[in-house]
Structures are given as C-alpha cells and as structure tokens.
Design a protein around this ligand. Structure first.
Ligand code: 5AD
Ligand code: SF4
Ligand code: FES
Length: 352
C-alpha cells in the first residue's frame, strides 16, 4: 500500500522540463531534503559481481548482446564468485548483487542455486544476496529464493510497450518482463526495477509514465541510469546529436523526481552516471539516490562486461573502488552503512 498519492503526469513533465540551472539546483535540493527525511544520508553498498557476459538476448542497446562478436565471453567458477562475495562480506558490505547476461538453462539455474546456498552457509545467513539475472520462470525464481536470495533487480527498461518494441528484437516481450516483476513480488523478493533515461525515441511523457509505473507496481528499489550508446550495437548512432552532459542532467532530474514523489524507496546512484562524468555518482546521491553498487568483479573480466561505452573502473580492482567510493561519499558529507542490508523503509513498513 502506498502512502503517497499517484504522481501526476503534467507535474512530472514540468519537473523534467526545468532547464534554468538555478531551478535545477532547487529541484536537487528539494529531493535531498525528502531523502534526509525518509531514508537519511547513509549510503548502502551492494558489491556487484558480474559473473558472466554470456547472454541469450539481443537487446539493441547492449554491448554484450548475443550477436556482438567483439566480446570475449567468460563465466566465473563458483569459487571465483564466492571469493569476490566473501571479500565484500569481509569489507563489511551488507550485501552483494550477482549479475550476468541472461541464461535459463538448467546448468545455469543450478549454478546460481548452489552459489547462493554456499554464500548463505559461509556467512551464517548474514550476507544479503540480490540477484540480477534477467527473466526466468516462476520455478527458477522460487528455487533461487529458497536458496537464500531475498532481493531481485529486473529493469523494465521502459514502461512503454511501444518503445520497448523499438529497442528489442521481436521475440523480446515487454509483457513477459512485466509478468516476471509481478512474480518476483508475489514470491516475496524485495523487488527492484528501473529504466534507461534518454533513450532513442523516448519522450518526457514516457519518463513520466515510468515514474507512475514505479508507483503502480509499488516498487521498493529503483536502479536507473542514462542510456549510453555502445559502438558495437544497432543503436550506436541512434541519437546523432548525443550530448553526455544533457543525458546526465536528465538522469539526475529523474532521480530527483522519483525521490520527491515516491519518498521512502531505495534509489541507486548507478555506474552509468559515473561513465558520463567522474563525479556522476556523487551527483546522483545529491539528487536523492541512497544506494551504490561498487564493482567487485576481478579486473581480468571487467573489460568484457561493457554494456555501454565509457564504463569506469575497468583497470581498478575491488579495493581501489572501495577506497575511491569511500572518499567520494565522505566528500559530500555522507556515511556508509556498513554491515547492514539497507532494505528500503518502503519494503520494511509497507503499510505506513
Ligand atoms: N546504456 C545504458 N544502460 C544500459 N544497459 C544496457 N545497455 C545499456 C546502455 N547502452 C542497462 C540496462 C540493463 C542493465 C543491466 O544495464 O538497463 O537492464
Ligand atoms: Fe543481455 Fe541484459 Fe544486455 Fe539485454 S541488457 S543483451 S538481457 S545483458
Ligand atoms: Fe572504481 Fe573509483 S569507483 S575506481
């Protein structure tokens, strides 16, 4: 049950249309006040392991899509995943995210099930485990939940089925994705979703509907970031006058709008923000986000997990990213919530 009222389309469009720097600043400040009031200024870390870039899908925007031949495909062993996740646990990150390209074969389903179980066992159930492994059957989601995963991230990418069609091949189905989000919620996962911002053909009205989608679906956690073209994809040149600064600004405005209108949810300050500007993730926090997902993937694999061009930290290891992010976060006067899962108040107090 939502305690806030359903955001109004025109109100969202008005906020997203603000161009005067002084007014944009006021929007971020307003969002920051709402953030302070509802979720505070503690940033929660989710260490992310990119465990494989093998993907059965062919999304037109993504650098690791099936038909991109320029990517060397990899998959980590169970021990490699566990090693990275335990490192994060020892660093007092409350939780980890296991992410990969989409696969639904039994070998993969089993691999994840076993890895999640092992991680739970080896941390006495204390490490929070989020999965970001795409569309799966209800049975698979149930197995992974039973194994110990309690959060799942599945971006809807856009709430518009028409726009979704333009960004994906014919066999990628918006409705199926939506059904997955509902199934995840039904099974008890704390469910996160999100969209890309500044997509080709996307209008401000589409973005307004995205915010309403988050509201209607009673979403606990949002991870969204700017669309960034990848040279080896069909959408490489879909925005001829692509302007990174404008993309960043629109993405930050979306974060602010979601914080102001949805209040007590978790919002990630995503790596794609940092791809457009070195301090992009700090700007995300200042615009209302409260979650950061430090990359804990071994550097030997990072170059082959580029969903978009310009992804930062390709040569850095997990410790460097940790130190760097600690510095960045304290530079804006915020603290890190070590040893905590950092569930959103929206999830823990759904009927307030
Ligand atoms: N630009 C920005 N985000 C992208 N993603 C995939 N490709 C791109 C891109 N070119 C995002 C999608 C996906 C998430 C894991 O990464 O939203 O859900
Ligand atoms: Fe695969 Fe996800 Fe990339 Fe689509 S966005 S091609 S599902 S990794
Ligand atoms: Fe990875 Fe700065 S966040 S080096």
């Amino acid at each position: 049950m939502n305690k806030v009222t359903r955001p109004d389309t025109n109100e969202i469009i008005r906020m997203l249309s603000i161009t005067c720097p002084k007014d944009i600043d006021a929007l971020y400040k307003q969002a920051y006040e709402v953030k302070k009031q509802f979720v505070g200024t503690t940033v929660y870390f989710r260490g992310i392991v990119e465990l494989s870039n093998i993907c059965a899908k062919n999304c037109y925007y993504c650098g690791i899509r099936r038909d991109n031949p320029h990517v060397e495909r990899f998959k980590l062993t169970e021990e490699e995943v566990i090693k990275s996740a335990l490192w994060a646990y020892e660093q007092h990150y409350g939780s980890v995210v296991l992410q990969s390209g989409e696969r639904s074969d039994e070998e993969f389903v089993c691999f994840i099930e076993n890895t999640v179980k092992a991680l739970k066992e080896r941390t006495d159930g204390r490490l929070g485990i989020t999965l970001s492994l795409g569309e799966q059957t209800e049975e698979t989601y149930r197995r992974w939940y039973t194994a110990g995963a309690h959060r799942y991230l599945l971006r809807i990418e856009t709430s518009s089925p028409e726009l979704y069609k333009k960004l994906h091949p014919a066999d990628h189905d918006w409705q199926a994705r939506w059904d997955c989000i509902r199934t995840l919620k039904k099974l008890g996962y704390q469910t996160g979703t999100g969209v890309m911002i500044g997509l080709p053909y996307q209008t401000l009205e589409d973005l307004a509907k995205d915010v309403q989608f988050f509201y209607d679906e009673d979403i606990d956690m949002i991870g969204m970031g700017p669309f960034i073209p990848h040279a080896d994809t069909p959408l490489a040149n879909a925005i001829p006058d692509y302007d990174g600064d404008k993309q960043l600004e629109l993405a930050l405005k979306m974060i602010a709008v979601c914080r102001i209108l949805l209040q007590d949810i978790n919002i990630a300050s995503t790596t794609a923000l940092q791809a457009l500007k070195p301090d992009g993730r700090e700007l995300g926090l200042l615009a209302g986000a409260n979650i950061i997902m430090p990359n804990i993937t071994d550097p030997q694999y990072r170059a082959n997990y580029q969903l978009y061009n310009g992804k930062p930290c390709l040569d850095e290891n997990a410790s460097l990213c940790r130190n760097c992010l600690e510095r960045r976060i304290s530079s804006i006067g915020e603290t890190i919530g070590y040893d905590q899962w950092g569930d959103s108040p929206h999830f823990t107090n759904p009927v307030n």
